[in-house]
Design a protein around this ligand. Structure first.
Ligand SMILES: Cc1cc2nc3c(=O)[nH]c(=O)nc-3n(C[C@H](O)[C@H](O)[C@H](O)COP(=O)(O)OP(=O)(O)OC[C@H]3O[C@@H](n4cnc5c(N)ncnc54)[C@H](O)[C@@H]3O)c2cc1C
Length: 440
């Protein structure tokens, strides 16, 4: 492989995973691409609550020597309990800890920030190994982002916003998440509303001090008006905390969309809007609102999918949520990001001198998986099933869930309607086998 220079934008889940596999690609360290990872936040962003790694995702973390480290850092969530305003459990569905059947809770549930940190540190360790053997390794740039991006036949030319530096790369990978700026710079601002398909659903993730009713189960409460809250266990590093996903399905109130476009700058407005909507919801919402107002690890966004006919344009390619977010309600976002990083690294390793062939191979490997993951059970109605608008709708859903629970049919439904991660094929690209990694 001739040494390509590759800029990976985003040090979340997909970005450092891609870098790690690129480092494990060729056996000659001098042939490893020159990788730069650019992350907007000033340090690896250790933020975000529960995500799951399923099926193909587990195979991929195993290939990076990370299975043991990641399993040691899971939340241990037992499954999901559906509760009413008096906190009575109507139905509960446990996780299949063998990973054979995919239910709402996977056998690997981990906090997103913790996972991103593990992937970052794994890429750092592999980079040091490559440097030790005479290769270049990875250059990490934190606290900056790209303001301009232009490409000609030979290079992609970018300007860093904060440093003002201009640099050129052979390839640029946008792994910068749902609201990807790389996507807008490379594919154009126009048409963005057709690529980002919202479900009229908005949600916030944050943590709060653990209360006496919080357990190792996820508790899921719904209130009329399309409101839902999940309270979930945190991990071994935060045994005194619980994790919250608070969401609203609302197609009328434009404020939900407006505050989402403000990103991190809009946190106060986002919190105020959710507090307003949840004020009269009952159950534990008083406590949860108070804790939301106090928390500093709050993350709010529209719940959406990214749908594109092609994930590359010239020498720029999209990876993970940036190109094909399946939304947190799919349970497949992290597994897709990992599978995408693995397949993109494989394609680049197999076609080192032909980025068009590499991007086509990546597209062919990923398209069926993405289509499968984005097909939500219940289709476009899925958000309304997650958060019915009326008390009657909530009662009906509870009755259906209770029926599935008491009849023992829940396992059968999960087998056919659960996240499709066990159906995803993981190809072979001849990467070096990574040693089991230990946190030191
Ligand atoms: C702060 C945060 C919290 C999250 N919390 C949850 C959660 O609780 N539950 C859940 O299911 N999913 C959550 N997600 C989404 C989840 O991480 C992804 O769906 C999934 O893991 C796919 O990962 P990804 O690497 O494609 O994207 P992400 O994990 O979103 O990573 C993208 C990275 O790019 C960085 N970035 C963004 N814009 C730029 C830019 N212009 N320049 C440089 N870097 C940029 C971000 O800071 C981030 O580190 C969260 C994402 C983020 C960023």
């Amino acid at each position: 492989m001739t040494s390509l220079s590759i800029l990976i934008i985003g040090c979340g889940v997909a970005g450092p995973t891609l870098a790690s596999f690129l480092l494990l690609g060729p056996h000659n360290p001098q042939d490893v691409p020159h990788i730069t990872i650019l992350e907007r936040s000033p340090s690896p962003r250790a933020q975000g609550q529960n995500v799951d790694i399923r099926g193909a995702g587990v195979t991929i973390i195993r290939k990076l020597g990370l299975e043991r480290a990641i399993r040691a850092a899971t939340t241990g969530e037992e499954g999901t309990q559906f509760v009413d305003a008096q906190n009575r459990v109507w139905a509960q569905f446990g996780a299949d800890k063998s990973g054979k059947t995919q239910t709402g809770t996977s056998d690997i549930e981990i906090l997103r920030g913790r996972l991103a940190e593990i992937f970052f540190r794994r890429s750092q360790a592999l980079s040091e190994e490559v440097k030790g053997k005479g290769g270049v390794g990875v250059e990490y740039v934190f606290g900056d982002y790209i303001e301009e991006l232009e490409q000609d036949g030979a290079k992609v030319h970018v300007r860093f916003a904060r440093s003002g530096e201009r640099r050129s790369f052979d390839l640029v990978v946008g792994a910068d998440g749902l609201q990807s700026r790389t996507r807008r710079l490379a594919f154009g601002e126009e048409g963005e509303e057709n690529r980002l398909k919202g479900f009229d659903m908005y949600g916030a993730f944050f943590s709060m001090p653990k209360g006496p009713t919080d357990t190792i189960w996820r508790r899921w409460f719904n209130a009329p008006g399309g409101r839902g809250i999940m309270v979930r266990p945190s991990d071994e590093q935060h045994p005194d905390r619980s994790s919250v996903f608070m969401f609203v399905v609302n197609e009328k109130d434009e404020r939900f969309k407006d505050v989402a476009t403000q990103g991190h700058k809009g946190v106060e407005a986002q919190k105020a809007l959710l507090a307003e909507y949840w004020a009269d919801a009952g159950w534990e919402s008083g406590r949860i609102i108070r804790e939301m107002e106090a928390t500093d690890d709050f993350y709010y966004d529209v719940v959406a999918q990214v749908k594109m006919e092609k994930w590359s344009k010239g020498r720029v390619v999209l990876l993970g949520d940036a190109g094909y977010c399946a939304s947190p309600i799919s349970g497949m976002g992290t597994t897709l990001a990992l599978t995408g990083a693995y397949n993109l690294a494989g394609a680049l390793t197999q076609h080192p001198n032909d980025h068009t062939a590499a991007f086509d191979a990546y597209e062919r490997a990923m398209r069926p998986t993405v289509d499968l993951a984005q097909r939500l059970p219940g289709g476009a109605r899925q958000p309304h099933i997650m958060a019915p608008q009326t008390a009657w709708g909530i009662w009906l859903r509870m009755m259906v869930f209770a029926g599935l629970y008491w009849s023992g049919l829940a396992g059968l439904v999960a087998r056919f309607k659960g996240p499709p991660a066990n159906d995803v094929r993981v190809g072979e690209y001849g990467f070096q086998v990574a040693d089991e990694w230990r946190e030191g």
